[in-house]
Every structure is written in C-alpha cells, then in structure tokens.
Design a protein around this ligand. Structure first.
Ligand SMILES: [Zn+2]
Length: 377
C-alpha cells in the first residue's frame, strides 16, 4: 500500500499443535473440586485470533505473509547449551515432560518450539538480507523466559534471543531489545548478561523470582556483568501501571537509553499480557498504549537502524483482547497516522502518580550505576 511500510508477518500453522492441556488455570491438574476447568492460558486459540485479526482486520492490506520453518538443532546452539537441547529432545522422545511449573512439553510441542525458533530466525534473516524493514514473528510457544540452560514460564527456546544472536553473527554491531511483555524477559537478559553488544530493556510488573526456573528478580539492580555491566535495564513498574506510566517510562528511560546505546537493530518483544484485562498480568495497557509504545520504538528504529525493526510475539492470554492489542501494536510499528481499529473495552483507571515516582527513582539509579547511562537527560 502506498505511503506506508509493509509489514512482513512470519507464521507457520504447525505451531498450533502445541497442546498445553486443561486444568486449574496453568497447573495442568484437576483436583476434582470444579465442574468446569479451563484451557491453559498459553493455548492455540489465542494465536488463532492473532492470525485472523491480521488477515481480516483493517491492518490486512499492509500485511504480507511469509511461511515459517523449523530451526535446526545447530542453529539453537547459538543461544542454548547442547545439554539443554538434548534434555528437550529426550523429553519429546519420552512422550512429554513438565519442564517446570506450568510449562508442558507434550507430543507436538517440540516441533512447535522448533517452528517458533526457525520462524523468528527467518523473520530476522529477511530484514538482515534487506528484503524488508519491519517483520513480525507470530510465534508460539513463547520464548523470552527460556534461558541458555533451562525452560521457564511456558517457554522452551528463546526465539528473540536466537534472532538477536543471528544479527550479531551476520555483522550487526549492536542490538537493542525492548521487551514489553508483562513478565521479565529473564531468558533474553541471561543470554546476553555479559555482552555490551546487546542492550536488554524489559518493562514488566514487579513479580520477582518465581522459583528455580526463574531465579532472576527483574529488579533494577540486575545490571549485567563484566563487559555487559550496565547493559541490562530492568524497569519493574508498579501493579496497575497503564498507558500513561508506560509512556513515561518510554520517554524518560527507554528512549534515552537506546539513543545513548546507538543500536543498528531493534527487536521489540511484545506480550499483550500487559493489557488491562489479561489473566496473567496486573498492568493496565490498552490498545492506545500499545499503539503509542510501538510507534516510539518505530521512531527509534528509523533514527538509529534505517527503519529495521523485528517484532517478536511472546505472551498475551486474553483470547480476544490480546488480538486487538496486537493489531494496535502493529499499527504503531507501521506508524500509521490514525488508529485503524477502535478499542472495544478501552478505559481502565490508572494510578499514574505512584508509577511516575518509581520511574523517576529508577532513572536516577541508572544514571548513578550504569556507566553508559551517566549522561542521559
Ligand atoms: Zn508474559
């Protein structure tokens, strides 16, 4: 379509074959007290709606569809240890395994995980080869909790992390990752914790560690180590933070940090579980917030990266609203002049004052403690 960038969506329907089961929320278990159980939140229906809204929603004319593909095991070793990959392969051969709390590798799951990783790599490669500027990897199972050596939080393989490493391996100097899933992108942070070539920024609710699969706290003092010291920027936002708090965090912290870092590639890691109605999140973004955040990220990509921007799908568990928020996010990434799709549920009250104080305090902390952020305004 004239006047706007094309959105290259990478997708493969085999990812729908990852079955996560039913139970009491994400436990996979039925203690017998309830007449009606529910689907695991990370189910195929949520992604079916994401596919359909991009095919039938008003953004459809801007979208071109590309076939995804499975990753090879050798590709996975750029981010994950061979021991961990063997563990996953053995779990698949054995017919399934609960890798950690709520994270079920069932028959079909391993193939879906390979498709998610390979499809994200294809989306990144498309940009690296100069075929397009803005690509979106529509993938599941999600990836940003998967660490080099272990699964976590519904994630087996770190799709975004693999794509970031591919960009570095193909000669890109610096990659900035901006993760707005409501949970800490601990796996991606862990993978690049000792690197000054990858700036990992995560905006999330302040959920802390959740056990052995997720030892990281997501707090501001996890700054990175060695060469990577200062290049992991955690922005835990108070529960209830919404559009205005996220915009304030973007303007006060994320934009100055990315400007200072000067990446030549940006990866926007998006989860719609930061929406006001998500069962897994306690934040209050609406479609408008997603649209604005993505628009800011697009501006950073235009300024620093010749418009190159990879968007990678993570969580987002409200079966209908997550799809609407995805549509809004991608409208923002395309920098469309006015909203294409109105918000069916929109407003949610937000206690902005407290979030602003927290963000101001975090900014001061980063200016004092992260060497490369000393001089941000
Ligand atoms: Zn999440």
């Amino acid at each position: 379509m004239a006047g706007a960038e094309e959105l290259h969506v990478f997708w493969e329907e085999g990812m729908l074959k990852h079955e996560t089961g039913r139970g009491v929320f994400d436990t996979g278990s039925d203690p017998g007290f309830l007449d009606v159980l529910e689907n695991h939140p990370e189910n195929a229906d949520r992604v079916r709606n994401m596919v359909s809204i991009l095919k039938r929603g008003p953004i459809a004319p801007f979208v071109s569809w590309h076939q995804g593909r499975p990753a090879s095991v050798s590709e996975l070793l750029s981010f994950h240890s061979s021991e961990y990959i063997k563990e996953l392969e053995e779990a698949d051969r054995a017919g399934g395994k609960m890798m950690c709390c709520g994270t079920f590798l069932n028959p079909g799951s391993w193939n879906a995980a390979l498709l998610a990783a390979g499809t994200t790599l294809s989306a990144m490669k498309y940009i690296l080869d100069g075929h397009g500027k803005i690509a979106y990897a529509l993938v599941r199972p999600p990836g940003h909790h998967a660490q080099p050596t272990q699964a976590d939080g519904y994630c087996f393989l770190n799709n975004a992390g693999l794509a970031v490493q591919l960009a570095l391996d193909e000669g890109f100097r610096k990659v900035a990752v901006i993760d707005i899933d409501v949970h800490y992108g601990n796996g991606t942070a862990e993978g690049f914790y000792r690197s000054n070539k990858v700036l990992t920024i995560s905006l999330h609710m302040n959920h802390g560690s959740w056990g052995p699969s997720h030892p990281q706290s997501g707090t501001h003092d996890e700054l990175g180590e060695g060469d990577g010291f200062g290049y992991n920027t955690n922005i835990p936002l108070p529960n209830g933070s919404g559009d205005r708090a996220y915009m304030y965090a973007m303007q006060e912290l994320v934009v100055p940090a990315v400007q200072k870092f000067g990446p030549d590639m940006i990866v926007l890691v998006v989860g719609q579980d930061s929406s006001a109605f998500d069962p897994n999140g306690r934040q209050c973004l609406t479609m408008d917030g997603y649209r604005q955040v993505a628009c800011i990220v697009r501006g950073l990509a235009d300024t620093h990266c010749k418009g190159k921007l990879l968007v990678v799908q993570e969580g987002g568990y409200h079966i209908t609203y997550a799809a609407y928020c995805l549509h809004a996010t991608l409208e923002g990434a395309l920098n469309l002049p006015s909203p294409l799709l109105s918000d069916p549920i929109a407003y949610y009250p937000e206690d902005e004052g407290f979030a602003v104080k927290v963000i101001d305090a975090m900014k001061e902390y980063y200016k004092s403690n992260a060497p490369f952020l000393k001089e941000i305004n």
